[in-house]
Design a protein around this ligand. Structure first.
Ligand SMILES: [Zn+2]
Length: 224
């Protein structure tokens, strides 16, 4: 380890009096932007050619949320189990929602009883029955429905992205700010955010937010 570090530092020029800083080398800006990371991932042929990732990149979520969903699919999110594997010492690995299992990505988003209740509200809203797979890529791949238009399918995929992103946001709120896990709040935010992404991206959207909440399938059929 020390030898490797020495090798890495060989090419580093130390400037006395200058404070160390992180530099993001992608895009030539020297600072991180979500769009540069998003473009970097999109350029990865292996990632782009996979049908699951094609589904993901076609969604209409904002880029930062698309990136988060990609990290869910690739198990690259900083879940407690992943942090522990990277050597980070944590007080506990238990899931903040149920406290019964370790917080892996598959548990947090699909296996946890809290996540399951969020998905159930979503399925009930959409009027579907769905057998949810615990493995993220399989779950996303199986979350499908036939639509006459490609646009309806894009909105459908965006709902999945919205659910995983809101579960992650809720988990972060509980860990860093405290509070009580609230299934209804997560579901309501999914409805609001997906509607806002869709209505921003498709000029053809003629349905209101209340239409979206009451008749989501009809809205997806008419969007183009
Ligand atoms: Zn749990």
């Amino acid at each position: 380890m020390a030898d490797q570090l020495s090798q890495l530092l060989l090419g580093v020029e130390v400037v006395p009096g200058e404070v160390d800083k992180w530099i993001w080398k992608v895009g030539g800006l020297q600072f991180f932007t979500v769009s540069s990371a998003y473009n970097l991932i999109r350029k990865d042929n292996e990632v782009v050619s996979s049908p699951v990732f094609c589904k993901l990149w076609g969604s209409k979520a904002i880029p930062s949320v698309g990136l988060l969903a990609w990290r869910v699919l690739e198990n690259k999110l900083a879940t407690k189990v992943n942090l522990s594997r990277r050597g980070v010492q944590l007080e506990s690995l238990w899931c903040v929602f149920c406290g019964k299992e370790e917080e892996s990505g598959s548990h947090l988003f699909f296996g946890c009883s809290f996540a399951w209740r969020v998905w159930c509200l979503c399925y009930r809203w959409l009027g579907i029955l769905f057998v949810s797979h615990i493995e993220p890529k399989l779950n996303f791949d199986q979350f499908r429905l036939s639509f006459s238009s490609e646009t309806g399918l894009v909105v459908w995929n965006t709902i999945w992205v919205g659910v995983v992103s809101e579960i992650w946001s809720h988990r972060n709120r509980l860990i860093f700010k405290g509070g009580v896990a609230d299934v209804s709040e997560v579901f309501a935010l999914v409805q609001v955010k997906v509607w806002s992404w869709v209505s921003t991206n498709f000029r053809s959207v003629s349905f209101s937010y209340s239409d979206w909440c009451l008749e989501p399938m009809e809205c997806m059929r008419v969007v183009y």
